[in-house]
Design a protein. Sequence first.
Length: 363
Amino acid sequence: MPNIKLKKLTKKFISINEATKGEIIVAVNDVSLEIKKYSYNTLLGPSGCGKTTLLRMISGLEEPTSGKVFFGRKDITNMPTQERNIGFVFQSYSLFPHMDVWHNVSYGPMIRNNFSQKTKNYIHEVLKMVRLDDRANAYPNELSGGMQQRVAVARAIATKSPLMLLDEPLGALDARIGTALRYDLMKLIKEYKLTAIHVTHNQEEAMTISDNIIMMKRGKVVQSGSPKEIYDKPNSIFAAYFLGRCNFFRCEMVDKNHVRFQDAVIELPKNNSKKKVVLGVRSEKIHIDSAVRKENIKGTIEFVNFLGDKWQYIIRLFDGTEVNALKRTPSDLRSGDKVSINFFSDNIFIFDEPKDFEKEKAV
């Protein structure tokens, strides 16, 4: 499987909605990127950001308005889907209703005349992986939605295509099975040296399975990198807000090394010449002090939520800003308590203050 390269890929639609009929909608806007072979890649972003449209153009199910798709050096932009040798897991299952689970999953090898005993054993392995080995004789209408989604995943894997395209493949699964299947998918992709492009809006899913996350917003790629790179070094307010929990403080510069928020003067991790900045701080990096200290940022605890392995504190600052803080250990803090918060300069992200902060943050 060669590297996949997208060059200035764009897809435009003409709206048929009565309110916007005739308007041009840009679903994917001038996207260029490279997918390395044998890697697990996730297209991450909110609904409507262009993830699925981009996936469909790679597969050949959607024709680009402009731009090119390359497998290695070969331009496959106009190549029919059936000649691209890909496995595709659709969001809507698309199972054959007249076939049982076994024949749905084995359909790809059968039409390729590749149905040896080794292939049959592999299909048994795949069915076991998706926890459906005991339902091989069942038909789609006898399965739950989550089970049907697992059949769709198994059918794509059974083709042994070198490129797997997965459109929200775990979206219909319950949390326990979905979490288990994440690891099984990742293990299988690595074991058989496949390349995967996986569409999701689930942050935890993307962080768990990906070698590379491609974050999208309004048809554009806003950042690409490993989960750790994007989490630790987001390049925009949107990236910091969408991946993980992040708090924002709109500050004024005191000097090149310090900013002010409320009465607190905050040291910056590096020199900065901006007049107005937005600081980003991850929720787990917020320290809560039960003493209301003048030199810290002050507020009131509105809610305390137990999340199983941690406690979440929603704090309303005196200027109305909401802060989300996470603690691994319990405390005596309760709703209504006056507190102050602080954080280390090493844990700060620095962003230019945008003209429209809410629009920049919005998903």
